[in-house]
Design a protein around this ligand. Structure first.
Ligand code: G
Ligand code: G
Ligand code: NA
Length: 253
């Protein structure tokens, strides 16, 4: 069986699932969001990480139906958590550039929000800088998405090669500092300077900022000292299966 036919089967047979990585405000100690990350429960190979199939899904175009499934499942799960009386915590979902370029993306997302009943303010869409290359297309689409009431964040910020001018033209709510900068923050003065500058820039642009890939207490302290209070990373928690995410929400509420 080729990977393509296996992945198609996985979608049809409901073998994909989402794990949720908490995002914490270290100033308040509260969960401020969950990032939904896809996994594949393979009948023979067990739980397959996205690194092993997302790049292929991107190349083959299967990322579009997979991404649509992930968006709908994340919205459905979040609404179910609310209905069960758990703490109300926004969910963020990754949008690949293929989805971003897809016909009627905004209408599709609007329909998913209506079908699942999720408050649009609780959905955050993570796009990458690659989505900002066609400035006019991206500007129109992002403004259209904002009218739905969703939040927009830029993922892996600092690793793309697009112009910074989009930051003032687009309705962006949040930057996610790429984990490659956070990794060496304590040993590489250039990375420390880049991270401090990104944080300062978001403050001047009235955006939120979150650091990804935080793995140590020292990194957390550096970020806190530099006024970046939103943190995601293994130091706090890996992506969690649904029961573990629920357990965490109960602890925090
Ligand atoms: O969870 P993990 O770190 O193994 O994920 C590896 C990569 O797969 C991450 O960079 C993440 O952005 C990507 N990924 C995970 N879930 C999704 C998804 O639903 N859609 C898209 N486009 N990418 C995803
Ligand atoms: O780029 P994106 O935001 O999609 O990346 C999310 C991925 O990063 C997830 O697949 C998750 O497993 C991984 N990840 C999350 N926290 C950490 C961390 O602290 N260190 C490393 N190396 N990877 C992380
Ligand atoms: Na992401």
């Amino acid at each position: 069986l080729t990977l393509e036919s296996e992945l198609r089967r996985a979608l049809a047979k409901n073998e994909l699932l989402l794990h949720y990585q908490p995002q914490i405000n270290i100033a308040t100690g509260r969960i401020v969001g969950f990032e939904a990350l896809v996994r594949w429960q393979h009948p023979e190979r067990g739980l397959v990480a996205p690194g092993e199939f997302i790049p292929f899904a991107e190349d083959s175009g299967l990322i579009v139906p997979i991404g649509e499934w992930a968006l709908k499942e994340a919205c459905r799960q979040n609404k179910q958590w609310q209905d069960a009386g758990l703490e109300v915590v926004p969910v963020s979902v990754n949008l690949s550039i293929r989805q971003f370029m897809q016909h009627q993306l905004c209408a599709r997302i609007g329909r998913t929000l209506r079908e699942t009943g999720l408050d649009p303010g609780l959905l955050e869409l993570e796009i990458t800088e690659s989505c900002t290359m066609d400035i006019d297309y991206a500007s129109d689409l992002l403004h259209e998405l904002k009218k739905l009431g969703v939040k927009i964040s830029i993922d892996d910020f600092g690793t793309g090669y697009s112009s910074l001018s989009y930051l003032k033209k687009f309705p962006i709510d949040k930057l996610k500092i790429d984990r490659s900068f956070v990794r060496d923050i304590m040993t590489d003065p250039n990375d420390a300077a880049i991270v401090a500058s990104i944080i300062a820039m978001t403050r001047h642009l009235n955006m939120e900022v979150i650091a990804e890939g935080v793995e140590t207490e020292e990194q957390l302290r550096f970020l806190h000292d530099n006024q970046c209070h939103l943190i995601q990373g293994f130091y706090l928690s890996p992506p969690l299966a649904v029961p573990d995410a629920e357990h965490l929400m109960k602890l925090y509420s």
